[in-house]
Design a protein around this ligand. Structure first.
Ligand code: FAD
Ligand code: NAG
Length: 484
């Protein structure tokens, strides 16, 4: 059963929770909100002796009834967020330190714990995984893309596919998330093809004249959020919708607005900001071995993917980036060679000086320590380096692949007031949304939560602890309400 779009009207009662975005953060949270609870597996032993001792005291109770702050204390891992580290450590004990122990958690469903919710998302369930180039393999181990209760490795095997170097293609991951939503019975909570355009807190006294029906007069003491948007459809014109919720969870990820260089000519039609535009240009044979070179700008993994894609199709490439080749901030200097042979290859290409023609990667030229000055309408581009000055290149297309920013334009002030440093725009690495470490509720605006990269959890394995924290917080709120 899928979501009934007719339900998206303001005369429905306010929902306890609306989740904006439908990627792994939202999917994981929806799984918890439908009453799936973590318990400690019978006889499970955690390699961390202190944590093991605490787990033994839990007995047959759900982890969600425990003091999560106490459990998380002293557990270490590769994330800043204690809930992210705790959850990851329970599911993948000591993985970053070479540990191989199994998850100590098991999942039980308890329908009476169900919290009604709605997930709104632009595309199909799986979020940004549907917009990545499908043939690329994940940076993380395939099984780190797993969500609770559905083994990723088994699912891949049942599909008759194999992991490459223990990694999955992004297409596999996107399909896994879609399958997950189906088999976990979450489909009826997902309204896909919906774009949220405005969220604002509403003053309930002004609402009494509208058609919004509330559960009871007691509800009037609560703050509500009004969520507006449009249902996107290829066949029909966009139809607006409006729903009300007591709590809103922001799970919109950070891949919606590609970063711009901010140079002259960046809006010419031959300058692109998405790798998918390169894919379609190659597929449609608008680029080929005889084209002028494309210019790839950036030294992150997406830029590397673009270089590989073009190189495999014999499209000539100029590759420019600001960092030096030995800069430790360069991601290639941080990745273990063995596990990422293709990125290692790009790194090698970037290092190649091209003085010996026979040794060169034909059709590829690396321009480190350069930055783009401008683009001109005759498809030329000016690059500059401190050492070598300005150079002009004739190109066919340019791809600016220097990262992306979240798009919270549906919030007042684009959500700037919710961040750690309110002077600056929200940014997943430098300036995430300021949330409570054990509830993920905004410290600035109660009732608003943030999950995933927006809250500083950039990897799928780490965003799940946040979803658990939100669930614990919502259960707690419900308890307090029912006592009142
Ligand atoms: C190239 C690349 C490779 C990556 N590789 C890995 C990896 O190997 N391992 C790993 O753990 N992580 C990886 N990541 C990070 C991973 O993608 C994120 O951790 C994860 O997808 C975040 O999940 P999310 O649910 O929070 O957000 P997303 O997956 O970004 O999903 C959010 C969704 O919400 C939608 N949305 C946004 N605004 C609105 C709106 N106003 N209305 C409706 N819908 C909206 C977005 O379109 C998007 O589809 C990679 C990222 C990139 C870019
Ligand atoms: C942010 O999203 C809105 C709505 O989808 C869109 O109109 C706007 O152009 C986006 N902004 C950027 C910078 O991408």
């Amino acid at each position: 059963m899928s979501f009934d779009m007719k339900k998206l009207t303001s005369d429905q009662p306010a929902l306890p929770v609306v989740i904006v975005g439908n990627g792994p953060s939202a999917i994981c949270l929806s799984y918890f909100l439908t009453g799936h609870r973590p318990y400690i597996k019978n006889g499970a032993v955690h390699p961390n002796p202190i944590l093991q001792k605490k787990l033994q005291q839990i007995g047959d109770c759900s982890l969600l009834d425990q003091d999560l702050e106490y459990l998380a204390e002293g557990v270490e891992g590769r994330s800043q967020n204690p809930m992210a580290v705790l959850f990851d450590s329970l599911v993948r004990p000591d993985r970053d330190f070479g540990g191989t122990a199994d998850s100590v958690l098991t999942w039980k469903e308890d329908h009476k714990d169900h919290i009604q919710h709605l997930v709104l998302g632009k595309g199909p369930p799986g979020g940004s995984w549907h917009s990545f180039d499908g043939s690329m393999t994940t940076l993380s181990l395939g099984e780190w893309m797993e969500l609770p209760g559905l083994n990723f490795r088994d699912w891949i095997r049942r599909k008759g596919r194999n992991l490459r170097n223990d990694r999955a293609t992004t297409k596999d991951v996107a399909q896994y998330y879609q399958h997950y939503v189906k088999v976990m019975g979450l489909k009826k909570y997902f309204a896909s093809g919906t774009l949220v355009t405005s969220i604002k807190p509403v003053d309930l006294s002004s609402l009494q004249t509208t058609s919004l029906s509330l559960h009871s007069t007691e509800d009037l003491s609560k703050k509500l959020y009004e969520i507006k948007g449009v249902c996107l459809s290829k066949e029909a014109p966009e139809t607006p919708f409006c729903v009300y919720a007591e709590n809103v969870v922001l799970a919109t990820g950070t891949y919606d607005s590609p970063a711009h260089l901010g140079v002259d000519g960046e809006d010419f039609p031959f300058v692109y900001h998405k790798i998918s535009d390169l894919e379609s240009a190659v597929e449609e044979q608008r680029l080929g071995p005889n084209s002028d070179p494309i210019l790839v700008i950036g030294a992150g993994l997406t830029a590397a993917d673009a270089v590989l894609l073009a190189h495999h199709r014999n499209v000539p490439v100029l590759h420019t980036f600001r960092r030096g080749l030995n800069d430790l901030g360069l991601i290639f200097n941080q990745l273990p060679q063995m596990m990422y042979p293709e990125y290692h290859k790009v790194h090698q290409m970037m290092r190649e000086k091209c003085c010996l023609p026979c040794k060169c990667y034909t059709g590829y030229r690396s321009l480190p320590l350069h930055h783009v000055k401008s683009f001109s309408s005759d498809k030329t581009c000016v690059l500059e380096s401190t050492k070598e000055g300005k150079k002009v290149f004739r190109i066919s297309m340019a791809f600016v692949l220097i990262g992306s920013n979240p798009n919270l334009s549906f919030l007042a002030n684009s959500g700037k007031h919710l961040t750690v440093d309110q002077e600056h725009e929200v940014n997943c690495k430098r300036n995430p949304i300021d949330t409570h470490p054990f509830t993920y509720e905004s410290l600035q605006e109660p009732g608003l939560y943030a999950l995933g990269p927006l809250a500083g959890d950039s990897f799928v394995r780490f965003l799940q602890g946040g979803a658990l924290a939100v669930t614990a917080s919502l259960i707690q709120k419900r308890k307090v309400q029912s006592v009142r």
